[in-house]
Design a binder for this molecule. Structure first.
Ligand code: SER
Length: 322
């Protein structure tokens, strides 16, 4: 049987590009995009679109039945910085949506689930360099607490009910098509836009704050790769560490200055500094590389070339994520 995919949160930073790529692979009609609000016209015209509030289990089920959906990618979430402003709302959104989808999979309405976790599952007591797949996890943000709890729910539904749920711990994701919203790693997207548009940037993290990062193309490939991997190759049913590169604001600035020598940066750390300081600097993703052959393609140099050549062109639709 061919797969029909439902993407929840399709208008967000990752959802937008994931929808496009999955439509290329599976065909436009096989990939149902959904979000709590309508996307732009080009997005709506590229295949089926449904309005879904992920807190409404019955509505998710209605769309699953309407299109005979076999796989769900749950991309709707409140990220780390916004989550600190609305802790209970972040908890409700991030947890309840996951439990709805896991229940629907347990009841056999769908066969496979993708749910993203994050480097935010780690906290200041986790090793910061080469953070292992399995280690101490004491997150300090509500976002991190919801992700670490969600990982355990995924593992639980897999071991108790045989639910085929797969997950990746994304680092900061950098993209030019749709901007992120409410994350601590968002500076690494904003900096490219400001470099191109204004030639200067005020960074909300200090110059030596090293964080794990990844270019969107690699994140999309990893996501589809883990979903297409053989069931027996998925040995982690919590979530896989995933890595590509790590850099500081100072290092990304130097890379941008190779293309825009007059670009300047200033530093004005805010509440997000504390969040960033609690996260790992370099992630060990050897389990993903060994179990299902994960391999990244983009480093800081290549990503910077891609970002700067795409921003400000007519390719760049400048959508803003929720
Ligand atoms: N990019 C996310 C954030 O900054 C981390 O998963 O919240």
């Amino acid at each position: 049987m061919s797969d029909t995919i439902l993407i929840l949160g399709a208008c967000g930073q990752i959802g937008t590009e994931l929808t496009q790529r999955l439509r290329e692979i599976y065909g436009s009609e096989q990939v149902i995009a959904s979000d709590i609000r309508e996307g732009d016209a080009a997005f709506l015209n590229s295949g089926p679109f449904e309005i879904i509030n992920v807190l409404d289990r019955d509505r998710i089920l209605e769309v699953i039945q309407k299109y005979k959906v076999t796989q769900v990618y749950l991309m709707a979430a409140m990220l780390s910085a916004t989550g600190e402003k609305m802790p209970l709302k972040a908890w409700d959104l991030n947890m309840q949506s996951l439990l709805h989808v896991l229940e629907l999979a347990k009841d056999k309405h769908i066969q496979k689930v993708y749910w993203p976790s994050s480097i935010a599952v780690f906290g200041s007591t986790s090793p910061k360099i080469n953070t292992p797949q399995q280690t101490v996890m004491e997150p300090s943000t509500v976002y991190g607490i919801s992700k670490v709890s969600g990982e355990h729910w995924c593992n639980y539904y897999h071991s108790k009910y045989g639910v085929d749920v797969r997950s990746l711990r994304y680092p900061g994701i950098i993209s030019w098509k749709t901007k992120p919203g409410g994350g601590t790693t968002d500076y690494a997207v904003d900096i490219y836009f400001k470099a191109k548009e204004e030639g200067t940037y005020e960074c909300f993290l200090s110059k030596d704050t090293k964080l794990p990062m990844m270019y969107m193309n690699d994140a999309i490939e990893a996501t589809i790769q883990i979903m297409q991997a053989k069931k027996e190759d998925i040995k982690m049913r919590t979530s896989y560490n995933l890595a590509a590169m790590s850099f500081t604001p100072e290092e990304i600035t130097e890379e941008i200055q190779k293309h825009i020598p007059e670009f300047t940066i200033s530093y004005n750390p805010d509440f997000r500094q504390e969040i960033a300081d609690s996260w790992p600097q370099i992630i060990d993703d050897s389990a993903a590389r060994a179990d299902w052959n994960w391999n990244h393609k983009f480093d800081l140099e290549l990503m910077t070339k891609e970002m700067l050549s795409n921003i400000g062109t007519k390719n760049n639709e400048l959508l803003t994520a929720l």
